[in-house]
Design a binder for this molecule. Structure first.
Ligand code: XIL
Length: 397
């Protein structure tokens, strides 16, 4: 949508809203923005609103609301697990494309874009690969060939069907790791050295020249000290700048956005500043895995509203910070949540000590929470002059 059309639409909406206020309450034939879906409201900004999809829940006939909501509320989908290496190639040389292809078909049927997740990550690797490396039957030289083949096969299989690929995920350590000085961490860096990052982007581009290629990580929502030794955002910034400067085909940075209400977190302007700085490098940005969890204390579990309400409120507030920052940056292309209902969220199974949950937009019965309504309100009320439509990103050659 160009700016002029967008402004016209805005003006018409204002007039319509004025008319709506003047109408008797019974006249209800003008669609109230609160009755529109997130995906429809996102399109006012050319912003894609996405969710991670749990394929078991999507296929469960006893849980029809899951499927209905994915289709109705979201314009983009990400496979929560079925495009990870252990799912795609559980046995060496034998690919199982079934569940991932089902998601692609679902997305097509519902006119949704697909974020491909994930090509290179140190988690959820197949056993044959990690065991082979551990017992020395797979050498580091062979490992590099295996990675190249994997990226090539997977990107080729989905060629033309993926909007954004998470090419490399979570390559950088955290300040609480040992050693605490930030560094390239994990399986791939240990065996191939940091050069695997640039290689991965080149191999992905060769297999699909049109998909946007992203680096994806957590705890990069805002800059900290500015010292790459302890500021992960700065480390990632320096890394992607160097990749850009040396002609590596990277198109974007994905900020996962896994937040917790017990932490300090950020305000909108800090997050907007980070997005702007990545944007100024010529990169698109996206929030790729947003959820805002809380500790489930005994009182929370007992249903004490004095304990529950501030958590729901704080969760909503953090969703809003990330979304408003994304809206403010014309290079922020999509806002994806990592599951949309507390019924199907990785948080309670992953964060158990202490137990955490309440991290998504809908409760376990598919009732919208404050977080859902704040996201919707942001999409409704954000507009010119500060919020303008997205600028599409073109894949870098
Ligand atoms: C998580 C899934 O949600 C879980 O179902 C799975 O057991 C583990 O992985 N960062 C990522 C995602 O990039 O792939 C992770 O997804 C969550 C953290």
């Amino acid at each position: 949508m160009n700016v002029r059309r967008w402004l016209t639409v805005g003006a018409v909406a204002l007039v319509a809203a004025g008319a709506l206020n003047a109408m008797p309450a019974t006249a209800g034939h003008v669609t109230d923005p609160a009755d529109q879906s997130l995906r429809t409201l996102g399109m006012r900004h050319d912003l894609f609103i996405g969710t991670a999809v749990d394929m078991a829940a999507l296929a469960d006939p006893a849980d029809p609301q899951y499927r209905e909501k994915v289709a109705a509320e979201f314009s983009s989908v990400t496979a929560e697990n079925v495009m990870k290496w252990e799912s795609l190639e559980p046995t060496r040389g034998t690919y199982d494309w079934g569940p991932a292809d089902e998601l692609i078909a679902f997305a097509k049927q519902n006119r949704q874009r697909v974020r491909g997740h994930v090509l290179v990550w140190h988690n959820q690797l197949p056993g044959w690969l990690t065991a082979g490396v551990a017992d020395g039957t797979i050498s580091d030289t062979e490992l590099r060939d295996i990675l190249k083949n994997h990226i090539t096969n997977v990107v080729r299989h989905f060629k033309g069907k993926i909007w954004q690929w998470d090419v490399v995920n979570e390559a950088v350590s955290d300040p609480w790791d040992n050693p605490p000085t930030l560094h390239y961490k994990g399986f791939w860096a240990q065996h191939l050295g940091e050069g695997y990052v640039a290689d991965a982007f080149r191999w992905a581009r060769a297999a699909d020249p049109k998909a946007l290629l992203f680096y994806n990580d957590y705890n990069i929502e805002a800059f900290g000290s500015g010292n790459p030794a302890d500021d992960k955002t700065q480390f990632v910034y320096d890394m992607v700048k160097q990749l850009r400067d040396s002609g590596v085909p990277i198109d974007g940075v994905g900020s996962q956005g896994h937040l917790g209400t017990q932490y300090g977190n950020y305000d909108t302007f800090q997050v907007a500043d980070a997005l702007k700085r990545f944007g100024d490098l010529g990169l698109a940005t996206a929030f790729t895995e947003v959820d805002v969890r809380s500790q489930l204390t005994e009182k929370v579990r007992a249903g004490d509203s004095n304990e529950i309400n501030p958590r729901l409120q704080a969760s909503a507030g953090n969703f809003s910070v990330l979304l408003q920052a994304c809206l403010s940056s014309r290079h922020c292309l999509s806002f994806t949540v990592w599951g949309f209902t507390d019924k199907h969220s990785w948080v309670p199974t992953w964060f158990t000590d202490p137990p955490e949950g309440l991290a998504t937009l809908y409760d376990e019965n598919y009732q919208p929470k404050r977080a859902y309504n704040i996201v919707k309100a942001d999409l409704v009320f954000a507009g010119a002059p500060y919020v303008l439509p997205r600028i599409p990103q073109r894949p870098r050659r």
